[in-house]
Design a protein around this ligand. Structure first.
Ligand SMILES: [Zn+2]
Ligand SMILES: [Zn+2]
Length: 144
């Protein structure tokens, strides 16, 4: 599945840089209130990676972290405030925001937490009410 290709990403100012390698475990859009509130945007495009596939190459000491819940440790650059990723330690996955790895071919496969949407997107992809069962959700799909 993985071709081992590496893509570079960085924060808004460039003080924090990192790479992702191979293929993510999942890609899609999260509509949850927490993602929307933290990112100040109507939807969050995510790519979920095993921690070993994500490497910080510059500015590790410039990464700030905040966790309102144990599920999501949200990370940003202390210099510019730009968001970089969210660590989900319970899932052993890191969400690297699609917007910060512009050369990576983002191929969304699912919408999650669609029950909370403020921006319905009729793209034909599955719409999970909350999360898939394997991530502790109900696994229920909603109509678009
Ligand atoms: Zn920055
Ligand atoms: Zn979310």
């Amino acid at each position: 599945m993985s071709d081992g290709k590496t893509y570079r990403g960085n924060c808004f100012c460039g003080a924090v840089a990192f790479t992702v390698t191979g293929e993510p475990a999942a890609m899609g859009y999260c509509h949850c209130t927490s993602c929307r509130h933290w990112s100040a945007s109507p939807v969050n495009a995510f790519t979920l990676w095993p921690p070993g596939n994500v490497k910080v190459t510059r500015g590790a000491d410039q990464i700030g972290t905040y966790h309102k819940t144990d599920i999501s440790h949200r990370k940003w650059c202390k210099q510019c405030g730009g968001h970089v990723f969210t660590d989900h330690p319970g899932f052993q996955l890191i969400d690297v925001y699609a917007a910060v790895i512009p050369d990576f071919p983002f191929r969304p496969g699912v919408h999650v937490n669609y029950a909370e949407t403020v921006l319905p997107i009729r793209d034909g992809l599955p719409k999970m009410k909350d999360l898939p069962k394997e991530m502790g959700g109900s696994g229920i799909q909603l109509p678009e």
